[in-house]
Design a protein around this ligand. Structure first.
Ligand code: ARG
Ligand code: ZN
Length: 883
């Protein structure tokens, strides 16, 4: 039963105040709710609609009187009270079993403490409620619990009172001064400790910041606190947005379905995105923590102050907030090529995860038209493509224009629940631009293709760039209308310098060297004048739109761009295009059982320019690391009509070894030159050096000789931080080094008490090409493995299914049978996790026939299993659909 966007109707009743009383007990928690409600003038009838999910209704009173069973209707998850008066006080009592709640939605227990997760529809697992984001109310929350077991009691807003109840129990009363939808409600109760800090904002407002963790983790909170302070400062400076609360809390929990949650004033985080010190966290972890802390903090304005009218508008807050966290992270780096690295990282995620989603059976627009289970729509399309859509406003309106649009958005909608159209209208009105056609980025799924043709007229000195767009069909959308696409371009002269760009009919004075061409029709030609020699075009600079750009570059042109483009993104891009060509040629040779030869693969052009880039000390080390990194196996698969994972793997490994041999001296030098002695610091430059050094070391490990073994072993033994330690461990695992097994065992013993590090230990093995299904099954029997903890399940099962393509896609289908078993087993525990794993096979039709049929068998086996969750059946049904 799909929910349709077109069926949206305003709520019949609004809620002014919510009082909640919790008697917390893991086995039986009682919740008393009192809601004051009134008829919505925009509503359709005098029927009250409440939602509940697996929650026992103990009592229900309206305006002081118990409601008889005849006075309301219960159907599945809905409770209807017809003919209600205009002003209503509802009192609702429910009973829950938090310790039996393995879905990690609603109220649950993790390591003995209580936590909640209410987005999107978890509040209805706590009490019956008009659980929809356009119902906003003021909350007061009374928490009662045993004082010894649960000394800390937290909820949204301000603590107004606390005290003892006499019987070993105590209470805390919290009041949130802001109206909020139910999905932003949160409580936390348990044995926790915090690091705190006070800040003063430009307006003079003071706030208390806290990071709450389990005892023993206080040595891992500094980076999260620093990231929070930086986020607050950044939002003030870049968007003029201040923290509106007296108290802002972050709480870490080891069992969590996603990354983190922006509950008003009480953000709840997966430990993975809070806990860090040099011993346990890598540079990537530090960067992720900064990004996620920023993300959740930025939601306080984009999500909480202005929220979504309905869940179809999810990208209104998620796309915008991802854009904000991406900009924050980029601003924290500072240098140009450092900023480009952040951009490259984000685009890699988009291409590797979102483009495939857009081309598969789960493809949906940034603002979907229908869903079965909203949890399935927390996708890379909503988040990452949504962020690209927001970025395009900034590209079209300029930074200042975008800021004006944001200001207008808050001026109009503060305190409201609104739509993506409202956001677009604010941007259009503030920028004085017509953005009607831009709406198609929200309504049409699929990745647009932009093909480019160029023509140089030497005589006339003109250069034509013709852009043509198309978009493949997606489920339910056969044909597409043209998008409004900003295409940033530059033209390089033979010297490598940027040419001034003068469009025909324009004044040549002060012409810029990068311009945004706005493609709005199926095909358009832009003519530049004053172009004497034939230039090399630099197209889609900074990846100015989420499209696939096709242009028939020669190898020499790509090498030229790689060496000279002033746009660092395109400099990297040119190298990736060159490498992709070589890798696809090699893959074809493997498929045809031709011996791979470097001459046939024509690697000289690529390695020559790679040499030059690696030597260029003016480029950030992190940028050189990116250039040195080959397109992933997944990226290559995306470029093929029929995917053959084994052959891709063989080809890419061949090229890695070849590069290691060709660049050996260079790589050894990079390892030497990029050491970071002294105290660990996660700053971008130090992290970049470690990244470059470690990628060089990993290449060298392909040579699998005593020198490279010794290098990895020495780094492993001497490492003073997790980045270097795990890289060395990975290099050892990637070789036949005699110390490899010993290192793996030592690593486990050393970090046995650090769950996040043990996750890394599982993931490292799960993604090693040496690990087959049987080995994964063996690891599942390890005492440290658990299916119930999402991080642990992801570290082993997801890492294998998604991150070890050559083993997962074993010709005998054993990987797929394993997948089906795990999807089914997980579904009984946690539907969000099982539905996520189910996505692994959704593009089965893209694979070689022999694999395809075995994938289909596995999907059908899951489909035939009784009592699947709504989450999982939506994914499986859509995967098998013949649309
Ligand atoms: N709003 C959160 C974030 O992006 C994620 C919500 C998690 N949703 C869920 N259904 N578990 O920051
Ligand atoms: Zn978010």
């Amino acid at each position: 039963p799909a929910i349709l966007r077109s069926n949206y109707a305003p709520p019949n009743y609004l809620v002014d105040t919510v009082e909640l009383g919790f008697d917390l007990d893991p086995a039986l928690t009682r919740v008393a709710a009192r809601l004051t409600m009134r008829r919505n003038p925009d509503g359709r009838s005098n029927e009250i609609v409440l939602y509940g999910d697996a929650v026992e209704l103990v009592a229900l009173r309206m305006n002081g009187k118990p409601l008889t069973r005849r006075a309301y209707r219960l159907n599945g998850g809905e409770l209807h009270i017809p003919n209600a008066p205009d002003e209503v006080t509802l009192e609702i009592e429910t009973a829950l079993q938090p310790d039996a709640n393995t879905s990690l939605m609603g109220l649950y227990v993790s390591n003995g403490n209580f936590f909640t997760q209410c987005e999107a529809e978890g509040f209805r697992k706590i009490t019956w409620f008009p659980d929809r984001p356009d119902v906003m109310a003021r909350y007061t929350v009374m928490l009662r619990a045993d004082k010894r077991a649960y000394p800390v009691l937290l909820s949204n807003g301000n603590l107004v009172e606390e005290g003892d109840l006499g019987d070993g129990r105590h209470y805390a009363l919290w009041e949130d001064p802001f109206m909020k939808p139910s999905y932003l409600f949160a409580l936390v109760a348990g044995k926790l400790v915090c690091q705190e800090e006070r800040i003063t904002q430009p307006s003079g407002r003071e706030a208390l910041l806290q990071v709450w963790v389990e005892e023993g983790n206080l040595d891992k909170t500094q980076h999260a606190m620093d990231s929070l302070v930086n986020s607050i400062r950044w939002d003030e400076a870049r968007f003029g947005l201040e923290l509106d609360l007296d108290r802002f809390m972050i709480v870490a929990v080891g069992d969590f379905n996603m990354g983190a949650m922006e509950n008003k004033g009480l953000n709840i985080f997966n430990t993975k995105y809070v806990l860090a010190n040099p011993r346990i966290a890598t540079d990537a972890d530090y960067a992720n923590i900064e990004a996620v802390v920023g993300h959740e903090y930025f939601h306080n304005w984009t999500g909480n102050r202005v929220t979504c009218r309905d869940w179809f508008q999810l990208s209104l807050k998620e796309g915008l907030t991802v854009f904000r966290d991406q900009e924050f992270s980029a601003d924290m780096v500072g240098t140009d090529s450092g900023r480009a690295v952040k951009r490259i990282d984000d685009v890699r995620v988009l291409r590797q995860a979102q483009f495939p989603e857009d081309a598969g059976p789960m493809a949906h627009p940034v603002r979907p038209d229908s869903y079965v289970e909203i949890s399935n729509f927390y996708t890379v399309t909503i988040y990452e493509k949504g962020s690209e859509v927001v970025r395009m406003y900034q590209t079209l309106l300029g930074r200042d224009g975008f800021r004006k649009g944001m200001d207008l958005y808050f001026e109009r909608h503060d305190g409201q629940a609104v739509t993506c159209d409202d956001f677009r209208a604010a941007m259009a009105d503030a920028g004085g631009r017509n953005l009607d056609q831009f709406e198609r980025w929200y309504s049409q799924a699929g990745t647009p293709r932009v093909t480019v043709a160029t023509r140089h007229d030497i005589e006339a000195g003109t250069y034509d760039i013709t852009l043509a767009q198309s978009c493949p069909p997606t489920p339910g959308q056969k044909t597409k209308l043209p998008f409004h696409i900003p295409v940033k371009v530059g033209l390089l002269a033979a010297t490598g310098a940027d040419l001034p760009l003068v469009l025909e009919g324009e004044d040549a004075a002060s012409a810029p060297t990068t311009r945004v061409l706005e493609l709005t029709e199926a095909s358009q030609t832009f003519r530049f004048t004053g172009i004497e020699g034939k230039p090399v075009p630099s197209l889609l600079r900074d990846f100015s739109a989420p499209v696939i750009l096709e242009y028939d570059y020669s190898d020499d042109e790509l090498a030229f761009l790689m060496a000279n483009d002033s746009d660092p993104f395109n400099r990297w891009e040119a190298g990736q295009r060159l490498a992709t060509r070589r890798l696809l040629t090699l893959t074809r040779m493997v498929q045809d059982q031709e011996p791979m030869r470097e001459t046939t693969a024509n690697l000289e052009t690529y390695t020559a320019v790679l040499h030059k880039t690696l030597d260029d000390a003016t480029l950030d080390p992190s940028f050189r690391e990116m250039v040195l990194t080959l397109p992933s196996e997944g990226m290559l698969a995306e470029q093929m009509d029929v995917i053959t994972p084994q052959e891709i793997h063989t080809a890419r490994q061949f090229m890695r070894r070849l590069l290691a041999r060709t660049l050996r001296n260079e790589l050894v030098q990079l390892v030497d030159l990029n050491q970071t002695p002294g105290d660990y610091s996660p700053d971008a430059l130090s992290a970049g050096k470690r990244g470059l050094k470690n990628v060089a070391m990993l290449y060298l490990s392909e040579l699998d000789d005593t020198d490279t073994h010794a290098m990895a072993q020495a780094q492993y033994d001497q490492a003073s931080n997790m980045t270097d330690r795990i890289a060395a461990l990975s290099a050892l695992q990637n070789s036949s080094a005699p110390g490899r097994q010993d290192a793996l065992e030592r690593f486990y013993t050393e970090f046995e008490d650090e769950p996040l590090v043990i996750d890394k230990w599982f993931a490292l093995q799960a993604t090693s090409p040496a690990t087959d299904v049987a080995a994964v099954r063996a690891l599942m029997r390890h005492p440290a493995f658990s299916m119930k903890n999402p991080n642990r399940a992801r570290s082993l099962i997801f890492s294998f299914c998604n991150g070890n393509p050559s083993r997962f896609h074993a010709a005998d289908g054993s990987g797929y049978r394993f997948w089906a078993e795990q999807v089914i087993a997980l579904d009984a525990i946690n539907p969000q996790v099982s539905a996520r794993l189910a996505r692994t096979l959704d593009r089965w039709r893209k694979y070689a026939p022999a694999l395809q049929s075995q994938m289909q068998d596995a999907l059908q086996r899951v489909a035939a299993t009784p009592k699947l969750s709504k989450d999982l059946s939506e994914v499986i049904n859509k995967s098998l659909a013949t649309d």
